[in-house]
Design a protein around this ligand. Structure first.
Ligand SMILES: [Cu+2]
Length: 160
């Protein structure tokens, strides 16, 4: 009986449309990771909000994905009317009791050299690596527009 219930739940989960989910990693909550459609061989993007409910800041140092040759952390900024992106080799600190939005126009993950196309509805695994060696895996939900939760977070973008 129990097995049947579990199978029914699994089928129900598969039937749901692809939605960006939230992930917990200790005091961190990674909210609504998502990406945009892209072709194989091109670069993709990753967006999410990382919130830190802990009493200490946590630094994100790098990220990896089996879908890309390299993943870099970038920060977009306007310089003399031109949008530029800078690699954030020192990582990004998530302040204690605060959050950092990785969103269009600000911080983002750059998936360099996509090994596969990113199609709407797909889930792309990304491993986030933090300063203390802690790793957390999330899945980017490939969609054409920001999930509702992420749109609100984008306006709370924090600068350092
Ligand atoms: Cu970039």
């Amino acid at each position: 009986m129990r097995t049947q219930t579990l199978i029914a739940l699994a089928v129900a989960a598969l039937a749901l449309p692809a939605l960006a989910a939230d992930y917990k990693l200790g005091a961190l909550t990674i909210q609504s990771p998502w990406s945009r459609p892209a072709m194989a061989g091109m670069n993709g993007v990753g967006f999410m909000t990382i919130a830190n409910a802990g009493a200490k800041p946590v630094k994100l140092v790098s990220a990896q994905s089996p879908a890309a040759t390299t993943v870099e952390i970038h920060l977009s900024a306007m310089a003399n009317g031109v949008m530029t992106m800078r690699r954030q080799d020192a990582g990004v600190e998530i302040p204690a009791g605060g959050a950092v939005a990785f969103a269009p126009g600000g911080y983002h993950f750059m998936l360099l050299g996509l090994k596969q196309p990113l199609a709407v509805g797909q889930k792309i695994p990304v491993t986030l690596v933090f300063e203390n060696g802690r790793r957390g895996q999330v899945e980017l939900s490939v969609q054409t527009a920001a999930p509702k939760a992420a749109q609100g977070a984008a306006s709370e973008h924090q600068h350092h």
